[in-house]
Design a protein around this ligand. Sequence first.
Ligand code: TNX
Length: 547
Amino acid sequence: MSVEVRFPPHRQAPEAVMTIGGVRLLTTVILTLVGSSVAPVAVATETAAVSLTSVVPAPVLATPATGVTYQITATTTIYTEPGSPAAAEIAGQLGAILRRSTGYPMPIVDAPSGTPADGIALLLSGAPAGVGNEGYQLDASSTSIAVRANQPAGLFAGVQTLRQLLPPAVESATAQPGPWEVAGGRIVDYPRFAHRGAMLDVARHFLPVSVVKRYIDEIALYKVNRLHLHLSDDQGWRIAVNTWPNLAVYGGSTQVGGGTGGYYTHDEYQQIVAYAAARYVMIVPEIDMPGHTNAALASYAELNCDGVAPKLYTGTKVGFSSLCVSKEITYTFIDQVLGEIAALTPGPYLHLGGDEASSTTASDYATFMNRVQQIVAAHGKTVVGWHDIVNAPTLPSTVAQYWGTSTANAAVATAAQHGTKIVMSPANRSYLDMKYNSRTRLGQRWAGFIDVQDAYGWNPGAYLTGVGEASVLGVEAPLWTETIETVADVEYMAFPRLPAIAELGWSPTSTHDWTSFSQRLGAQGPRWRVMGINYYHSTQVSWPTAS
Ligand code: TNX
């Protein structure tokens, strides 16, 4: 029998063409091909080194080489693709992690031609074309590790996998004893969806730059490539706008519960954008409108239909505020605000919110959303809106983010059938602010309790009736912060559910299996402990002792 693995152009599991007795069978690779020299497996096999099949999100294909182990030692060199500053930066990131925890020098040098010995090579050549722009191939032999990708994003993803193949102590901030072994074999891997997102609501409670950076590091480890920042809401405006300075200075001066709030200066926002970009995470900024705008309305009386500024708001109600749809100054305001944010944001998207506009009439909502989408387009950006936006005329490029709790939404299905792309964030599956259960101290319960099996147990490509895989741009896990105040709170709600959503976004459906996932997730516990991540020890997962 021979096995040849093929990579379809996108979003599908690789297919194995098996030739048995001259008959060619085409099958999707799912589990072990018994008796074959190539054995793609989805279930962990125990070896001394961390198993190749323990990675989260599950790789497309993992082929252990039995009995082969690579070991990082004091003489290990990191080789990087010559002439690629991006590869050199990724090598630098890997080197920094390894230097801290191994205590070894880990020099970084240009890769020579040919296969380097005793080294870890990050190469922009030799990857299968089928792994695309974000995929990679990782080969571990007894003498070398080679991560090969077509683009730097793929190298970065491969390095995140390599981190997980090393013992948890590799994440330590201080030198540890080792040994630093990697199980031999090959991983070939690429994402199912383009959009693998997380969202932070920095409006209800302000989160400083340091917390956002830490979260970027945490999500990037799970191959999440979008961070949506909810930058404005009734309770606070969180980004400086030079043309409307009171937005941040006054509108940003409080938060839920009445704390002092805060906002990002342009320089700080750009620091976040750059930090994210170096981890292959795109920032998607959201200015919510026409509802969720009390902080703006309180900052500028002229934005109100009656010309009277409301008080700042520190409660948690929704749906009571609206920009004045009939006033021309509203559109000047939006044009100037979005113009500044567009100029600071390299990514293609501006998120307009558009949710829960219950103080705006349906016809005003349609008029307003129609006009603001043109404003975004004039700034060269693509609109994202919460799925309520499909109740207005949408541009063909507008992306709708589904946040409902039902598996049927006729308006969203119709939009999808007309070509609108959908980001899936069903509130009863992906909302990281929902409580795990009735005993969870933090969070809300309006969309139900979500333990990690609920977060994992759905298929984004077949969840909403009439919204098939081809209409789905990806998934996103939002964290609303009405009850969330600190980095420890953020981590408690995000871990372990964020990695579940990340896996739905990255891994092919053929790998979807709760038993396998819960085992692989449990293996992350000791890593999170070393990293100081305050995670929820869900009883649905068996966590190794002392993690
Ligand atoms: C609904 S989801 C909201 C937010 C709240 C969240 C709390 C959505 C688009 N709007 O305003 O923060 O529920 O779970």
